[in-house]
Design a protein around this ligand. Structure first.
Ligand SMILES: C[S@@+](CC[C@H](N)C(=O)[O-])C[C@H]1O[C@@H](n2cnc3c(N)ncnc32)[C@H](O)[C@@H]1O
Length: 191
């Protein structure tokens, strides 16, 4: 009897693990098809990028494709900005919410910033109020987002693209961090 219970629990765990793996893989394929695969920015680079961005307290940072939320979480806790992370992958969003709780970023006083993670296709995200936007996306996805930024962003919005250049935006380029293998490009919307 005891063996039966033991094997029952084991089978349940294996089943749950396989199910989670299946969901993770399924949504990874969806994310890849809808914009970019999941590759996290290294925490050391996150810190360097934020230092270079010079964000001010109370500004709004939006991350399109926020992964496990490390960029937004670091920006809110260190620089007291308002952060919005947009992600299509439900398990990555789940992790973001877990980390937010562990870091006690859930109910910050207004003057210490705020943090929101939402499940959304970033092509539909309204970016008109952003002071800065962070991206780590494939070049063809950046190309598709270019016109959206030009149409929606206010003047002086900082667009930070980690990994890849935004084609045709040479005139907006202000600064480059030459990390390997992924550099970071800082663009400013001028009009
Ligand atoms: C290269 S990863 C970058 C993750 C995170 N920004 C970082 O730097 O650690 C790209 C992320 O974009 C997400 N993504 C891809 N297409 C998307 C879409 N259309 N809408 C929302 N998120 C998307 C993926 O699930 C993935 O987490």
């Amino acid at each position: 009897m005891i063996y039966l219970i033991f094997y029952g629990i084991l089978v349940l765990f294996v089943f749950l693990f396989a199910l989670l793996l299946f969901i993770y893989s399924l949504f990874s394929v969806v994310a890849q098809l809808m914009g970019s695969p999941y590759v996290p920015t290294k925490q050391k680079e996150v810190e360097h990028i934020l230092k270079t961005a010079g964000l001010k307290k109370g500004q709004l940072l939006i991350e399109l494709g926020s992964g496990d939320g490390r960029m937004i979480r670091t920006a809110v806790s260190r620089y007291k900005v308002h952060g919005i992370g947009v992600e299509i992958h439900p398990l990555l969003l789940f992790w973001s919410h877990i980390f937010v709780r562990l870091q006690k970023l859930t109910s910050l006083p207004v003057e210490s910033g705020s943090i929101i993670f939402k499940r959304e296709n970033f092509f539909k995200t309204n970016v008109s109020k952003a002071d800065a936007i962070f991206l780590f996306l494939m070049p063809n996805t950046l190309k598709k987002l270019r016109d959206k930024f030009i149409n929606e962003c206010k003047k002086n919005t900082l667009i930070i693209s980690h990994g890849f250049k935004i084609e045709g935006w040479e005139g907006f380029l202000q600064h480059t961090i030459h990390h390997t293998p992924f550099p970071t490009y800082f663009y400013r919307i001028l009009s």
